[in-house]
Ligand binder design. Structure first.
Ligand code: TYM
Length: 332
């Protein structure tokens, strides 16, 4: 079975529709076809400033949500990144083969550091993609299911794997991004020229899985649509409607063409009303299951402890090989 690894940051009280449709949905389906490792990347979550109690809480909420949307600890390995020390350890080694300029070319770093300003930009934010490369390479992943915004980080990961292998001998498998085109980029409901994002979207532009479903329905109904009245899939001229169609199709497993036929001659209002209903029906059971998992934190922690142990069995082997190949003396 091919190996898969992916991660998500515990940086919000809820995942949003972009996280789910762009990435996590594929995590769920890949459990049955891949040897799957998924982590809540709390080390990454402290690169922009954070509150400790909030982080702890969000790590649990993140794990509970992942279980609620369908990750099954019997069929995948779900763990918290900081429970597996090899991530930080390999991150250091990889940072020593990464060029300063190379890391500085990462678009997410440029965006986030520009927003934060020089004094608030941490070295951790700069190193972020190198740690992400360590996450992936430690598990010898073949595929990495992510949204479009992670493509550049995956390129860096591949460059680092190649460089390490060339300099120090074959150590890492070469991973490929797994990006499903249709849902690779879900857009902001209020500004369909930008992606839906926890940091950049306005509250009405982003649908959170755990928010009040009535609120989500309202957001869908007040989503920015385009001039004209016809429901067409046209990313360039009708980005708002096209985004709603993408979300609708993904949540119902229907083809966009089928939706276009069903809405032929009908207006934006109908489409939004129906999508709002679909969305409410989709999130309600997820919210109930998330709550059940959160109501039993001891059980949740146990699941995560088992996950960390399974993860370490793999990551420790890879780290030992990387340490040996890079020239570190083995401890007696
Ligand atoms: P994060 O936590 O920002 O997002 C988690 C996943 O959601 C995807 N995503 C989207 N997909 C489509 N449309 C959107 N609007 C949208 N917004 C977010 C992201 O692409 C991501 O797949 N750097 C990663 C976390 C990470 C990681 C890893 C991923 C750390 N280590 C190792 C893969 C492998 C991140 O910031 O994700």
């Amino acid at each position: 079975r091919p190996r898969v690894l992916s991660g998500i940051q515990p940086t919000a009280d809820s995942f949003h529709l972009g996280n789910y449709l762009g990435a996590v949905r594929n995590w769920v389906s890949m459990q049955d076809t891949h040897d799957a490792f998924y982590c809540v990347v709390d080390l990454h979550a402290i690169t922009m400033g954070h509150d400790p109690a909030t982080l702890r809480n969000r790590s649990r909420i993140s794990a509970a949500q992942l279980l609620a949307v369908g990750l099954d600890p019997e069929r995948c390995t779900l763990f918290i990144q900081s429970h597996v020390p090899e991530h930080a350890q390999l991150g250091w080694v990889l940072s020593c083969i990464t060029g300063f300029g190379e890391a500085g070319r990462m678009v997410q770093f440029k965006d986030k550091s520009a927003k934060a300003g020089q004094d608030s930009t941490t070295v951790g934010l700069f190193s972020y993609p190198i740690l992400q490369a360590a996450d992936i390479l430690l598990y010898q992943a073949d595929q990495v299911p992510v949204g479009e915004d992670q493509r550049q980080h995956l390129e860096l990961t591949r460059d680092l794997a190649q460089r390490f292998n060339t300099r120090f001998g074959k150590t890492f498998n070469m991973p490929s991004p797994y990006i499903v085109k249709d849902t690779a980029k879900i857009y902001d409901l209020q500004d369909p020229s930008i992606k839906m994002s926890k940091s950049a979207s306005s509250p009405n532009g982003i649908v959170e899985l755990l928010e009040d479903p009535a609120r989500s329905a309202k957001k869908i109904k007040s989503a920015v649509t385009d001039t004209g009245r016809e429901i067409l899939y046209d990313e360039e001229n009708k980005p708002g409607v096209s985004n709603l169609l993408t979300i609708y199709a993904a949540l119902t497993n229907r083809a966009i063409d089928e939706l276009l036929e069903a809405y032929d001659g009908r207006g934006y209002g109908d489409l939004k009303k129906d999508l709002a209903e679909v969305l409410v029906d989709f999130v309600k059971p997820i919210q109930e299951r998330t709550k059940l998992y959160l109501d039993d934190p001891a059980q949740l922690d146990k699941v995560l402890a088992v996950g960390a142990e399974k993860a370490r069995a793999v990551s420790a082997t890879t780290l030992a090989r990387a340490y040996r190949n890079v020239g570190f003396l083995s401890p007696a």
